[in-house]
Design a protein around this ligand. Structure first.
Ligand SMILES: Nc1nc2c(ncn2[C@@H]2O[C@H](COP(=O)(O)OP(=O)(O)OP(=O)(O)O)[C@@H](O)[C@H]2O)c(=O)[nH]1
Ligand SMILES: [Mg+2]
Length: 330
């Protein structure tokens, strides 16, 4: 059996190996991605994002337990985790660790930027596809922080949970618009601690400022209180998550989200490739090297140099078109 066939059987070791290879941008694994690509699109991708320490990993563990009770298989990608997954916060106590580690329907993997050649976002996209084709029903993607990088990764999910904790309501005001645009749920975790209701109240005022939210085709962001420690609110959260999935499916928003994800992925791959190709040309092309030298000595500015390169590309394209038309006439 080759790698692709093994992945489809859900073989844990093959999935792990494939993800390691794809992180390194290994060419054999890229070929394998090309083969599995048409079979992607079955899994429900859920992004879990939020500031450090709010309990995202513990929440992931609680979600896994509930999803397994419902007999759904689960893949987890922890992106740039601050706490290592083996024995770390995700798995919590030993009992839970035993429960999770013995189950073949659960696959957990962390991805770090230092390991991912060609960018984290590329690795997360491919790893999610691998888990999807391996038959996982749900894929949980945990990202730390609310910066642009995390938002970009969370954006590939169909359902995005923004996790906060008591005392964090007001910080949402300060967060950049990006995270607000993509959050489908506000989760106030650690609701076993004091101050959760105040945080919910603060979030409600933020929610009220969302234009058109909850109108027809706009999903109204629910504010859900949970405790990953006691398990309170987890069942409700899981059923609301599936309501959201149904909501976007019914309105072809799912197709739209998938299309947007794939367009971004394509542009990322393409720009990376063009950059790599251009760097190669730059190393060997004497004319370009002369330009670079001139830019360094301030004889030529980088804007004019870039415009000249674009002009050259356009000229080459015109010439090709001209010669094609000429040959078509003969
Ligand atoms: N009281 C209480 N503590 C919690 C809850 N959820 C998580 N914690 C605790 O909060 C701490 C951080 O939990 P994590 O799950 O590692 O948080 P995280 O958001 O994944 O952290 P990073 O990945 O480092 O950003 C741990 O000590 C947990 O035990 C909760 O619902 N209630
Ligand atoms: Mg974590």
């Amino acid at each position: 059996m080759n790698l692709v066939e093994k992945i489809k059987t859900g073989d844990v070791r093959s999935i792990a190996r494939f993800i390691t290879l794809i992180e390194k941008r290994d060419s054999e694994s890229i070929e394998a991605i090309k083969k599995i690509y048409p079979q992607c699109g079955r899994a429900h991708l859920i992004g879990i994002t939020g500031p450090p320490g709010v309990g995202k990993s513990c929440l992931v563990a609680a979600l896994i337990r509930k999803l397994r009770q419902e007999n759904r298989s689960v893949g987890v990608l922890a992106v740039d985790p601050t706490s290592p997954f083996s024995g770390g916060a995700l798995l919590g106590d030993r009992a839970r660790m035993m429960e999770i580690s013995g189950d073949k329907e659960i696959f957990i993997r962390s991805l770090a930027s230092r390991g991912a050649k060609g960018g984290l976002s590329a690795a997360v996209n491919d790893a999610a596809d691998i888990l999807d084709v391996s038959g996982k029903d749900v894929i949980l993607i945990e990202t730390v922080g609310v910066g642009q990088g995390e938002v970009d990764i969370a954006r590939l999910a169909h359902t995005v949970l923004l996790v906060l904790m008591p005392g964090y309501g007001d910080t949402l005001q300060a967060m950049k618009a990006g995270i607000m645009e993509i959050a489908d749920f506000f989760v106030v975790n650690k609701s076993d601690k004091p101050g959760a209701d105040e945080t919910v109240a603060e979030l409600t005022t933020v929610q009220n400022f969302q234009p058109n939210r909850g109108n027809g085709d706009r999903w109204a962001i629910p504010i859900v209180k949970t405790s990953a420690v006691t398990g309170a609110g987890i069942d409700d959260l899981v059923s609301s998550i599936f309501k959201h999935y149904q909501f976007i499916r019914d309105r072809s928003l799912l197709t739209q989200k998938n299309k947007e994800r794939r367009t971004r992925q394509f542009l990322d791959i393409l720009t990376q490739r063009i950059r790599d190709e251009f760097m190669e040309v730059l190393k060997t092309d004497p004319a370009l090297q002369r330009w670079v030298k001139k830019i360094g000595t301030l004889e030529l500015d980088p804007y004019s140099a870039s415009e000249q390169v674009i002009d050259l590309i356009k000229e080459a394209r015109e010439q090709r078109r001209g010669s094609r038309e000429e040959s078509a006439c003969h």
